[in-house]
Every structure is written in C-alpha cells, then in structure tokens.
Design a protein around this ligand. Structure first.
Ligand SMILES: [Zn+2]
Ligand SMILES: [Zn+2]
Length: 393
C-alpha cells in the first residue's frame, strides 16, 4: 500500500479532527472529551479500543494479518494552562487553556496513522498498540497509564513517537540517536524552623534565612560536585513562605527540577540535595524534608530504531528530509517512561512545523502566539505509519 497516497486521502478528515481538538483543549488527567472523541474515531475506523481501566487517555490495538512483533506508537493528547493568542479561526474555546505544545497535532497524526495501518492490516506481520497518552505536561501521564493495564496484550517489542519542532522546517524530520532528552525530577524542600515575632528572632529559628542560605549552597551541587563532562541542571523555580513582614514563619517551601542524561548522575545529585539540605538546616537548628515526585528517566533513543526512522523518512518525505545533526536537549518528555517499560527499545523523533515565511510558526513550544500548521499532519501520520509498516515487515 502507498502510505503517501493513503495519508493524502485522509488528510481533510484528520485536519478537521485536529481543529476540533484544538478548539477544545483539556489539561492533563482531564482529557475526557478528547479521549471520548479519539475512541469514537477509532471505532469508526474499525479499530477496537482496549479496556485498560484508564481514566483518560486511550489505548487501541491493530492486529496484523500475520503474526509477528508488537510495536507501540505513543503520542500525547493534553494541553497547557496558557491563554491562546494565535488568532486562528479554530482557536481554543476554553479560557486560559491551549494546545501550545502541539499535542493536538500529535494525537490527530496518530489517529491518521491508525486509519492507514488498519487499512493495510493484512500486510502487517504483528500488531500495533496505539497509545494516546494523557497528562504529559504534568509529568505523570505515562506512569499513570503504565500503572493501569496498558500492556494487557504483552510488552511491546519497541515504541516510537514524535514531537512537533517549530525550530525545524515543515517537511523535515529530526532524529537524534542515543542521548536525546534529560531525566526530570521535581524536588520539593520543606524547610522548617520555629516561627514567632519578627522583633524577637532570638526566640525563633528563621526558615526564611535558612532557605536563602540553602538556595545558595545548593548551587554548589552542580558547580562543584558534578563532573563537567556529565551535563546536569538544578533549578529552583519557586520559593514560598511567610505572610507578613514582621512575622517569622514556621516553614518555607522550595520547588525545583533536576535534569541529567544519566541515571547514576541523577541518583547521586538527588541524594546530595537531600544530604546538604538536611545538614545545612540542622546546623542552624532547623530541619529540612525532601520529597521527589514525577520522576522520569533520561530519554535515550535506540540506534537501530533511529536508523529505521531515517529510512522510513526517506521513503515518504524524500532523501534530504532527515536531520541527524541535532543536539540533545535538557528538556524532558515522559515518553521515556513508556520507552523504559518497553525494555528501552524505541525512539522519539521530531517533525518540523516551522514555515520560513510565517514567523508565528517558528516561535517555539509553550508560546501563546505559536501556530502549529495543520500541514504538519501529513508528515506526522506518514512517518508513524511508514515506520510501523517497516518495523512489522
Ligand atoms: Zn510541552
Ligand atoms: Zn509536548
């Protein structure tokens, strides 16, 4: 079957569906309408939706005509708490929420690929597990789906997926073999002192002062404690405490993120944040408790799957369509959790959405004004379908 032709044939239907998703964006774990509509469309294509006990998100299975391996294709479906400012005729109708990360393109592309793959199921040796993942932006969607019965039909032999890239031209695909995205851990430090009157610090243990000192010392974990050839970032983005200028509070909370490319580096620095915070605060008669949540491993793409993606891209998008010279990013994507669950076999690639003459398509992810052109649905669905077909050949 000619996948380029099949994609062109279902483009208008998929474009209309994408515009609908775009108009009604939903935040992580609240994608009820989005999930319902995806399931309806899949059933319309004759693809059975799996009952995995999911709250939001959708899983479905396409069984090929012959037996063989199982490939998972994962795309995310959630939106962001950003007020859209694109001026598109199909802009968000939900105040303060928009698809500013292009996940509407992801979900619709996977739906299009699913339609194409179901039309050619007799040719496929094996099966395709379709994962429309909830809550990527809140870092815990993949983990929440894996806790349910997502792999009830067995662990897939590999997983693929893509993310939109406004920095890449439309029609190009980016493939980064090996280290691609960072691990991500959300760290919460609760600094406890002893509150009281601001005029009598001698009767208190001031957690505001402790936090100010601690924040500076935490910077030494990367600058002095990290091997310079191991990339790592520790950023504290929030610090909250106190209610009045003349009151010393009992507690201050700091929240931050740790990013690394290596699980050993990640574990070492997490332990060091906990040790330093505790010992620093105790040295000043206070205390500190650390919690870590929403952790995800680094995303390391399998070289063999990257090679397959490159070959598939050349078939559907042409010889010069693949960029392999892109640098890894300290950004993160919980695709890495699904990848880890698939025994670390798979890869996530990039689909260009930037148009040279349209500056508002090149502003970047999470930007209220950025437009993800619907034309990106074509390379999106062609790439997913062709790579799946090639994997199951
Ligand atoms: Zn995002
Ligand atoms: Zn995203």
């Amino acid at each position: 079957m000619n996948i380029v032709k099949a994609a062109e044939e279902c483009f208008e239907e998929i474009r209309a569906f994408r515009e609908e998703l775009h108009s009604f964006p939903e935040l992580g774990h609240r994608e009820h309408r989005t999930s319902r509509r995806i399931a309806q469309m899949l059933e319309g294509f004759g693809i059975p939706v799996l009952d995995c006990g999911l709250d939001t998100g959708v899983a479905a299975l396409i069984e090929g005509g012959k037996s063989g391996k199982m490939l998972a294709i994962r795309e995310d479906i959630d939106a962001l708490p950003i007020a859209e400012n694109t001026g598109l005729p199909f802009a968000s109708q939900h105040a303060g929420i928009s698809h500013a990360c292009g996940h509407d393109i992801h979900a619709a592309s996977l739906l299009g690929a699913a339609k194409i793959l179901s039309q050619m199921r007799e040719e496929l040796c094996g099966s395709v597990l379709l994962i429309f993942q909830c809550a990527e932006e809140t870092f815990d969607g993949a983990a929440s789906m894996l806790q349910k019965d997502l792999f009830k039909n067995g662990v897939p032999d590999a997983v693929i997926g893509f993310h939109c890239a406004p920095s890449l031209p439309l029609g190009q695909v980016g493939v980064v073999s090996g280290i691609y995205n960072a691990s991500c851990d959300r760290i919460t430090l609760t600094v406890t002192g002893k509150g009281g009157h601001g005029a009598h610090p001698e009767l208190c243990v001031d957690p505001v002062m402790l936090s100010a000192g601690l924040l500076v010392q935490l910077q030494t974990i990367i600058s002095r404690g990290n091997c310079p050839t191991d990339p790592a970032v520790l950023t504290f983005g929030t610090i909250h405490g106190g209610s009045a200028p003349n009151v010393i509070p009992d507690q201050v909370t700091l929240c931050g993120t740790l990013r690394t490319f290596d699980d050993r580096v990640r574990k070492k620095h997490l332990a060091e944040v906990e040790r330093l915070s505790g010992e620093f605060c105790r040295a000043f008669k206070g205390d500190c408790r650390m919690t870590v949540d929403c952790g995800m491993p680094p995303l390391i793409n399998s070289p063999d799957i990257c090679h397959l993606i490159e070959e598939s891209a050349q078939k559907v998008l042409g010889e010069k369509s693949v960029r392999t010279d892109l640098a890894p990013s300290m950004g993160s994507d919980d695709f890495s959790c699904i990848l880890e669950a698939c025994r670390n076999h798979g890869a996530q690639f990039l689909v260009g959405t930037g148009i040279e003459e349209q500056e508002n398509t090149r502003l970047g992810l999470h930007v209220a004004e950025n437009v993800f052109p619907s034309e990106a649905l074509l390379p999106g669905m062609m790439m997913l379908a062709q790579t799946a077909a090639d994997f199951l050949r």
